[in-house]
Each structure stands twice: as C-alpha cells, then as structure tokens.
Design a binder for this molecule. Structure first.
Ligand code: ADP
Ligand code: GLC
Length: 486
C-alpha cells in the first residue's frame, strides 16, 4: 500500500496562487504518485477557492475552530489528487488576497487564520477522517509552521513531520499575548520552542519542532546557515543541519503546463528542433507590449513579484544600459507601487524599448517565456526560483544572480562551459548594478553569435527541470523518517 502524506499549504495551483509555493504544492503530489506516495493537501477555503471548486459532497466536521464551526471539503484535482479545503468562513471567506486585505494590508488576524490551518491539519493527522491516517505530515512555509509544533506538543504516537522553507523572508510572527489563543502551552514559549525574539514565530516553530527541515535548493540550504541569508534563524538552522535534519531539494516545474510544443498561450508552438518558430512569438510579444517590432533586438523578459528580493531596484538602474546596448525589456510584475512608478517613468522616455504590464497575468507569463530571447532574474536571494526553469524549457536564456536555486539550475556560459557544450545561461556575482550590467552586456554579445546562442538554447531545453528527481528525493526522505533512520 502506498505511503500516505498530508501536505499543508496556503496556496495551491490552480486553485490559488501568489507565487512559486502554489506551483510546488500543485505539482509535487502528482509526481510523488509515481513513487507510491499518495498525498492529500489541506488548503484554506478562501472565497476564490470555494468558487472554483463549486459544490462538493464529502464533508468532514471539525466542530469549533477558533471560535466558530468549520468543516473540511473533499475535492479532486484534474490529475486525481485529493485536496482538503478548510471551510471556515469566519477566517477565509472574504474579499482580498490570501494574506492581505483589499487595501493591501496584512489581515490583522493572520496568526489565528493560519494557526487554524495548522490545527485542522493536526486534527486530520490524528485521524479525523475515518480510515485515513497519514504516515508523514509535510508543512510548507510559515503559514503551516505550527503544524509540526501542535503535533510534537501533543506527544506520541504521531506521524513524522517535514517542514519545507520556501522563503525565510516571511516568518509569520505575532505577539506573545496570543500564546493561549493559539492553543500553545506556556512551556512552549521558550528558545527551545516557539519563541522568537520576544514574539511567537510560526516558521521558527516549524523549524524547531519538525522531524526534518528542507528548503528548495541545496545552495539555499547552505546559505541560510549563515547570518544574512539566515535572517535571524541561521543559528537554529545550523543546529538542525548539524543534527542531519536540514537538506535542500531542488524544485521542478510542471512540464505539461510549461511546454512550448503545446502551449495554448503562444502565437506559435515550437520545440528544440524548430527554434526558428520562436520568432513569431517574439513579434507577438513586441506587439502586445508596444515595443518596436524588430527581429534583431534582443528582448529581455522579467516575470516577477516586484520586491527587493527580486533585485528590482538593481534592474531599474540597469535599464538605460540595457537599452543603450540595443536591448528591449518586456516586464510583467505585481507588487510595490514605488517600483512600478520607477518603471513607468523609464517607459515614458522610450516606449519602443521598454514595455511593462502590472498585475498577475498567467497567459502573458507564457507568451513572455515563449517570445523573449532572455529572462532576467537579478535576485538578492532566491530559495529556488521557477521562472528561470520555465525559461530553460522555452529556449529563453536565463541571466541570473549566482546564488540560491539560481546557482543550482543555470550553468554559466563561461569559456570552459561553452567549449564543453554544457552552458545554459549567464550567471553574475556580485549581485549589484555593475554585475547586472556586465551580465546583460555578455548576454547581448552571445546573442550576436547565432551559433553559440542556438547551442545555449538547445542545452537549456535539454536540462532536466521536471519533478521526477525531486519527487524521488522527497519519497526517500519520507521513508527514512518513517523507518526512524533520521
Ligand atoms: P516567488 O515564488 O518567489 O515569487 P518563483 O520564481 O518561485 O518566485 O515563482 C514565481 C511563479 O509565479 C512563477 O510560476 C511565475 O511564472 C509566476 N509569476 C510571478 N509573477 C507573475 C505575474 N505578475 N503574473 C503571472 N505569473 C507570475
Ligand atoms: C518562494 C521562493 C522561490 C521558490 C518558491 C517555490 O516563493 O521565493 O525562490 O522558487 O518559493 O519553492
């Protein structure tokens, strides 16, 4: 019989997405199926999620959950994976985003909302659903961070727990006065517990109480053990690593959703053998974004949350240099208004060279991948990063900071790698404006050598970027945990 896993996540593609976490929570369960691991994922019943799933028949009563009645709705994804939707209208059925209200402010009751997700997960892990008890509970990011804590604090027997860090910048903290309301015992409020610099830390709790901690690339797993990238948790993470309880497993992407040979959002589909057809997508993209339609100007795409993490301030400074070298910029982003304003100001000076679309637009993200020559990912830190993986699959050259998952997924086109025929993109360090401009310069010079460029594209398209390898590593980890090997 397959091993049973309960995953806990605050986003899951295609039901609700703000970033890569949704992609991972959506795609990993299907890949694990190939390794005899059966996953059910519990997610919050946000208004958008409830309207997408429509009517469901199978419901499990949770009774009182932080003040009002709640239930779990069973829904099956297209691939057959089972999703448990936590219907708790007092916490989730509202206008606005998963984490922010319609004015863009964090929901003031986020601590209770996501404690409720973790509490519901704990109830399922302890047998709420008849005939189904998971062997392993896999919690994703701070929103699920209290799950390992609730399970560990309630004692054995319990399933083994894995805590995956997708982003240390979001840690989920609330005042210590909420300890009781969260259902945490006083003794848990300690350095060896949920306490974090005088507050309750959700991610801290998950990292401390989980049987194993993973993050989404091996390089990020090393970086976060040091001050800086560790963002205040480096000491605890280094301890967990020394215990053999921290590892990095590189994400994949869904190779069906992201497939240039069948992508319905492209003007022309293509493969590694028909890369000339990419030109039709380039023209369509230039037209769509109001750029000069030119087959010879290299188009750099950016698809991102507009935040400091993603190095958008560096990009702003580098755009004039990119344009001066003949390049064009096609940007799709949602996020900080100040960055949007900066981009708009540059766009106004040369609309034929820079085109920006603000907001979240899935089909346009696909056209950008299909139509651009290169994609820029100048992140200041990047646990894994998924847009560079999509780019590899679309024959679009990734130009990335040399850190985190970006360092693990792109092979820099240095002379040795070019001669060996293994290069797939351009990496740069240090991550500053100068480094980014030099990388853009190097990319444009490669673009001007069509044979080298084609080799880079083909190498990238041949890279293994699916979920197969990661799924095997997660399955092996679950098995080791159940056997008590780690
Ligand atoms: P992060 O999760 O840190 O935002 P990732 O690179 O891991 O970064 O994942 C981002 C995901 O969100 C990718 O699937 C990317 O295509 C998508 N994405 C980011 N911004 C947008 C946007 N404005 N519109 C559509 N998709 C976007
Ligand atoms: C986070 C990280 C990103 C990663 C994604 C999925 O949002 O910022 O690097 O790819 O999670 O794991």
């Amino acid at each position: 019989m397959a091993m049973q896993v309960l995953a806990v996540a605050s986003e899951l593609y295609p039901l609700i997405k703000t970033g890569g976490l949704a992609d991972v929570a959506g795609a990993l369960p299907a890949a694990l199926g190939g390794h005899y691991v059966s996953v059910r994922t519990i997610i919050p019943g946000y208004r958008d999620v409830l309207s997408k799933i429509g009517r469901v028949d199978v419901r499990h009563q949770l009774g009182d959950l932080f003040g009002e009645r709640a239930e779990l709705l069973e829904w099956r994804a297209e691939g057959g994976e089972e999703i448990l939707v936590l219907e708790a209208p007092h916490l989730f059925n509202r206008d606005g985003g998963p984490y922010v209200d319609p004015a863009g402010q964090d929901w003031s009751d986020n601590a209770i909302r996501f404690a409720a997700l973790s509490r519901a997960a704990e109830r399922v892990a302890r047998g709420l659903i008849s005939d189904w008890v998971p062997d392993v509970v896999h919690a994703h990011d701070w929103q699920a961070g209290l799950t390992p804590a609730y399970l560990a604090l309630a004692g054995e027997p319990r399933p083994r727990t894995v805590m995956t860090i997708h982003n240390l910048a979001f840690q989920g903290q609330c005042g210590a006065e909420l300890l009781g309301a969260l259902g945490l015992p006083l003794e848990a409020y300690a350095v060896d517990g949920v306490e974090y610099y005088g507050a309750v830390g959700f991610l801290k709790a998950g990292i401390f109480y989980a049987d194993h901690v993973t993050t989404v690339s091996p390089t990020y797993a090393s970086e976060i053990q040091l001050p800086g990238a560790g963002m205040g948790l480096d000491g605890l993470l280094a301890t967990r690593a020394a215990e053999g309880r921290l590892s990095g497993i590189l994400n994949g992407i869904d190779t069906q959703t992201w497939d240039p040979s069948s992508d319905p959002h492209l003007a022309a589909t293509y493969s590694a053998h028909s890369l000339d057809l990419k030109a039709a997508n380039k023209a369509a993209l230039q037209q769509r974004l109001g750029l000069e339609v030119s087959p010879t100007r290299p188009v750099f795409a950016v698809i991102t949350r507009l935040t400091w993490q993603k190095g958008m301030d560096l990009l702003l400074e580098a755009i004039p240099e990119l344009i001066a070298r003949g390049g064009q910029l096609a940007l799709l982003g949602a996020g900080e208004p100040a960055i949007q304003e900066g981009l708009l100001a540059i766009e106004a000076t040369d609309p034929g060279s820079i085109g920006c679309v603000f907001g979240y637009d899935e089909p346009l993200a696909h056209l950008l991948q299909g139509g651009a020559d290169a994609i820029l990912v100048p992140s200041r830190f990047e646990p894994c990063g998924l847009t560079q993986l999509c780019a590899l699959r679309y024959g679009t050259i990734p130009v990335v900071s040399r850190l985190g998952g970006l360092a693990d997924t792109v092979i820099d086109a240095n002379d040795a790698a070019l001669r060996a025929g293994v290069a797939t993109g351009v990496q740069f360090a240090p991550v500053d404006q100068h480094g980014l401009v030099l990388a853009i310069d190097r990319t444009i010079r490669l673009y001007q050598q069509p044979d080298s460029w084609r080799t880079l594209q083909r190498q990238g398209m041949a890279s293994s970027i699916g979920w197969e390898q990661a799924a095997g590593l997660y399955a092996a980890l679950y098995h080791r945990l159940i056997r008590g090997d780690i």
